[in-house]
Design a protein around this ligand. Structure first.
Ligand code: CUA
Length: 260
């Protein structure tokens, strides 16, 4: 069954694993509904069956004690353990543990109060060296422009371009406090902890423009900390990449080491 995210009121499914996450949501909600209805029926039955009757004294001991009365609890517990072992762990390990194979598009994300700095390796596919000492207002990721690999690197604020169908690895880091990298249509959400480089990956499967937002209260400007995720065809993506590189090189400061 696909496409039910619409009637669950969820955003569109735009990544390779979005549907697996939604399946989990649906399973859990369906199970909760089933338990609610079954317990409701049982409760109504007890209310009627053991209602007050004239001449019948209340029984303090039903005679139904012991392990037998725990059977419904064991059924619920078995279902929950099954959900974790057979569904949640396999899906989670696919998303969090398995590395994507083959061609991978790598992008560094440097979060700060209150913006997303997006660092691409550029047409050469190599990231220039970065150094926290070089971080400044005009050089938010601390790119070392003396490194030849840095010459064609692209650094954007609040805008991520992705080719459709290509696994993308985001390396998440923060300049200041804890932020949270969240793109709802990808069902991707990851805290960014200062001092750590946290990898997450996703394969965008649907061309379109989506919202990136910070999902961790991080200060006064938290609500302003959002950006655009533009998923486009490989051809459009390559054209964009080409159009970006020269402009980027021109706008970069010649030497940002002393500009802090
Ligand atoms: Cu960054 Cu909220």
């Amino acid at each position: 069954m696909s496409g039910y995210y619409r009637w669950l009121g969820l955003p569109v499914e735009a990544s390779g694993y979005a549907h697996s996450i939604d399946d989990g949501l649906l399973l859990i909600h369906a199970a909760m509904l089933a338990i609610f209805v079954l317990w409701g029926i049982f409760f109504a039955y007890l209310l009627i069956r053991y209602r007050r009757k004239d001449g019948v004294p209340a029984k303090r001991d039903s005679g139904h004690g012991g392990w037998g009365s725990l059977v419904p609890d064991f059924i619920v517990m078995a279902f929950e353990i099954g959900l974790i072992v057979l569904y949640a762990i396999p899906v989670w390990s696919r998303i969090k543990v398995d590395e994507p194979m083959g061609k991978v598009n790598t992008i560094d994300i440097v979060a700060q109060q209150f913006a997303w700095n997006v660092h691409y390796p550029g047409p050469d596919g190599k990231f220039g060296k970065t150094d926290p000492k070089l971080v400044s207002f005009t050089n938010p990721v601390g790119l070392d422009l003396k490194d030849p690999a840095a010459k064609d690197d692209i650094v954007l604020a609040n805008e991520i371009h992705l080719p459709v169908g290509v696994p993308t690895l985001f390396n998440l880091s923060s300049l200041d406090v804890i932020h949270d990298f969240s793109i709802a249509p990808f069902r991707l959400k990851q805290d960014i902890v200062p001092g750590m480089m946290i990898p997450v990956w996703v394969t965008p499967t649907r061309i379109g423009t989506y919202e990136l937002f910070c999902a961790q209260l991080c200060g006064f400007g938290h609500s302003l900390m959002h950006g655009r995720v533009i998923v486009e065809s490989e051809k459009d993506y390559q054209a964009w990449l080409k159009s970006m590189a020269p402009a980027q090189a021109a706008s970069q400061p010649a030497n940002s080491a002393n500009s802090f």
